[in-house]
Design a binder for this molecule. Structure first.
Ligand code: FAD
Length: 411
């Protein structure tokens, strides 16, 4: 057996969606170089989306969230170090430094460090007990313990995470208030039509949604959150609060190492950072998109971008051309999104063929760019296919609820 050259090592920092996808792809490509994944959490890589859905409801056990059981890592000669944080990258030596000051060599490094939820500042009550965020298994476990029937929860932020948490909280019998500082929920991610449908669904489940409503501060009693004061002077009594106000990319170690960082670790279309031996993928990476750069926070992006980078690391590979898709589950409602609606200037609401089914179609300068499908799998699949094939459905044909969507694929 030839000796292992440590500088051959493929090192992945971050044992999450992108880190696992890259490792699995490298092994699928028969790349047999030594491969190590280092992850700060104390559990094997797992899928996060169920944390705010079935796992939080209690309908899914944690082992079903794991991408692979422990044996897979041994079988595929993937070393995985959990509960281990990389503190520093020494680019000149091609080494990373761990929290206990040990060093690990690399030949190629992939940063898949994900993102961290924005916290409420401690000055407005963010450090009180009973205030939760949603990112990791342990967050969901703590939240599940707090979600007791009859308790009152305040959800700060009307984005997907907050709204999914609202749906679970109602399922678990809590009284739920959502506050959103923008004019409406889902302001950043969806059109008015989608927001109106989702709002109505929550209202039908007795969730109180207050838009254009800003938290002034949380009020504590014995160190535990007990009420929330809003900027309009209202005080709401609460037993716990969930903060869902977005995430920030985990790009600190890259920045300290002198890599180019601009709201995420800057990579080119091949996933390469400003250091040719270092790649980045997933929530932490900012990549070229149209005339600028973007970060996507989604499973699709984490997997596809990581796999694209793995192919480049493996010696072949093509530029990463994202085909965005996303989903959100709230109550028995499935929202599926294909495409990316950034900069849209026209939308169209199409009722589906059954009650409670809708789709919202987005256009930018006359070109179809994205669809939100609410309980309408056909609209999602057709929209996704149209984007793939570059088909531009005519708005007036789409608007006719009797027009056959699948037929539009043939035109
Ligand atoms: P992550 O999966 O977050 O993995 C990053 C890992 O890196 C973490 O384990 C972190 O601890 C570790 N790490 C960070 N820094 C270091 C360090 N210095 N040293 C060692 N380890 C480090 N997307 C969808 O498409 N659909 C959904 O419905 C959906 N629902 C979601 C629900 C929730 C509750 C959450 C939190 C996310 C959801 N997402 C959803 C988003 C999706 O899960 C993320 O976009 C995806 O996990 C990003 O993958 P990633 O590998 O970039 O980051």
């Amino acid at each position: 057996m030839r000796p292992i050259n440590k500088k051959e090592r493929l090192l992945i920092v971050g044992a999450g969606q992108a880190g696992f996808a890259a490792a699995a792809k490298l092994r699928a490509l028969k790349d047999d170089r030594p491969l190590t994944i280092i992850g700060a959490e104390d559990v094997l890589p797992y899928q996060r989306p169920p944390l705010s859905k079935k796992y939080l409801v209690g309908d899914m056990t944690f082992d079903r969230l794991l991408f692979r059981p422990e044996q897979w890592y041994a079988d595929n000669n993937v070393e995985i170090r959990l509960s281990t944080r990389v503190e520093q990258i020494r680019r000149d030596e091609k080494q990373v430094v761990l929290q206990d000051d040990t060093v690990v060599d690399y030949g190629t490094l992939l940063l898949a460090t994900g993102s961290t939820p924005r916290q409420l500042p401690a000055s407005i009550g963010g450090a009180l007990s009973g205030v939760y965020v949603m990112r990791e298994k342990r967050d969901a476990d703590l939240l599940a313990e707090a979600m007791l029937p009859g308790r009152r929860v305040l959800i700060i932020g009307g984005g997907y995470i907050g709204l999914e948490a609202a749906a679970v909280a109602r399922h678990r019998g809590l009284e739920v208030t959502v506050i959103e500082m923008a004019d409406r929920i889902l302001q950043r991610t969806a059109a008015q039509e989608t927001a109106d449908i989702i709002r109505a669904i929550h209202k039908a489940h007795d969730v109180e949604i207050r838009e254009k409503t800003v938290l002034d501060h949380l009020i504590g009693k014995d160190g535990y959150v007990s009420a929330a004061k809003l900027t309009d002077g209202t005080v709401i009594d609460v037993d716990c609060a969930i903060v869902g106000i977005g995430v920030v990319p985990n790009d600190q170690i890259a920045r300290i190492a002198g890599l180019d960082v601009q709201n995420g670790i800057v990579v080119d279309e091949f996933g390469r950072t400003s250091d040719p031996s270092i790649f980045a993928a997933g929530d932490c990476a900012s990549f070229p998109w149209q005339d600028g750069r973007i970060r996507f926070e989604s499973v699709q992006n984490a997997v596809d971008q990581a796999e694209a980078a793995a192919e480049v690391i493996g010696g072949a590979g093509a530029p990463y051309r994202p085909k965005p898709w996303f989903w959100s589950d709230q109550y028995d409602v499935k929202l599926q999104i294909a495409g990316f609606n950034l900069g849209y200037d026209q939308t169209l609401l199409r009722p589906g063929s059954r009650e409670g089914a809708y789709s919202v179609w987005y256009f930018k300068e006359g070109a179809f760019v994205s669809v939100d499908a609410i309980n309408d799998a056909t609209a999602y699949l057709v929209g996704r296919k149209m984007l793939e094939l570059g088909i531009n459905p005519h708005p007036t044909v789409l608007a006719d609820p009797l027009s056959d969507l699948k037929q539009l694929l043939r035109t």
